[in-house]
Design a protein around this ligand. Sequence first.
Ligand SMILES: *Cc1c(COP(=O)(O)O)cnc(C)c1O
Length: 425
Amino acid sequence: MQDYHIQMDQHDPLSAKRSAFYFPQHDGKDALYFCGNSLGLQPKGVLPLLEQEVMDWRTYGVEGHFHAKNPWFSYHSIVTESLARIVGANPSEVVAMQTLTANLHLAMVSFYRPTKERYKIVMEAGAFPSDQYAIESQVRFHGYVPEDAIIEIAPRAGEHIIHHEDIIEVIQQNADSIALVMFSGVQYLSGQRFRMKEITDAGHKAGAICGFDLAHAIGNVELHLHDWNIDFAVWCTYKYLNAGPGGIGGLFIHDKYANAPDLPRFAGWWGYDENSRFLMKKGFTPSYGASGWQLSNAQVFQIASLRASLDIFDGVKLEELFLKRNALTAYAERLLLQLKVDMPHIPLEIITPKNVDERGAQLSLLFHEHGKMLIDKLLSDGIIVDWREPNIIRLAPAPLYNSFSDVHEFASRFRKHCIDLFGEQ
Ligand SMILES: *Cc1c(COP(=O)(O)O)cnc(C)c1O
């Protein structure tokens, strides 16, 4: 019988996508790259698209706003439909702009409007630091004290994953005082995927607004933001969406707020009604939908590199991407668990949920000791995974470009490095 990984690669409907990306090189060969959760690989279409804009700038100068191949005047809109499909939204609900953290602040200006009775924010404990700082500073900005106003939900003692029931219970218990429920879609450290729809239902029942940070969810897990009735969401595009370092951020605003000119917001000229923007009139009239939250004219170069990646995504059936994700991650998990069976003395624990509905592409490997020494060995062997203090190695086989053979190769070299470090017995 043929090896599992070879068979799976042969029957993989997405296998051709791999060649649309550049892999970092190690000793003259493609490195084993499992960091798509941190910085996705570069699509080969990036340079041609960037070149188009650089040359249009050279050729047209300011006239490029209207005469460039893709006029810069409306450049932000060339990614809208592709993004809307990936997050499960109407195009009017999505805009590419700024960066994740900036968008989180802008969304909170509109959707975190605390009152004396209702001012608390429910969030996961140990959220990505930028989210913690953004939320903490918003709370202070409104004159509240983070220790009182922020309710963090942590895993139970000795555990690494948050129980869904605990989230719902905390929301119910604090129903009178919660203004905002703010979670990530997929937790950056543990890889836990939260049940976004159910959290949103519970939050709405409690009278709160519900927002999500999709940094680790977009391009990785199933999203139906519109149907789930999520109020707002923010994301970055350089992780599973491969838009490159500092890539353009994204914002989702549910259509129920599409025409809400009275909603407080920090406005800028690009959020102004498109038809009359250039009349340069006094008094802000927001454009319909999420685009009414834009501040500035389109960040053309960042959007161009995102466009190159979305050209690849557009040709992918998302169901196939998610099926491959499940199989690829489960394969990595199976090989690592086999290693644990063979060598129980390796101080490794996989903390990511086993249930495929509660995770995406990432496995978080907790090393009770020597994790730092191990990652140094891996990196110097051209195995690119990442390290999160104090003791976690994150491994993300990205289904768009990683193969089952990558995972197979990883597991056998990982085993060798573990034997080097921890001995056979
Ligand atoms: C990656 C990530 C960020 C990064 O924010 P930027 O504004 O893009 O620098 C924020 N939040 C989460 C949860 C992340 O995973």
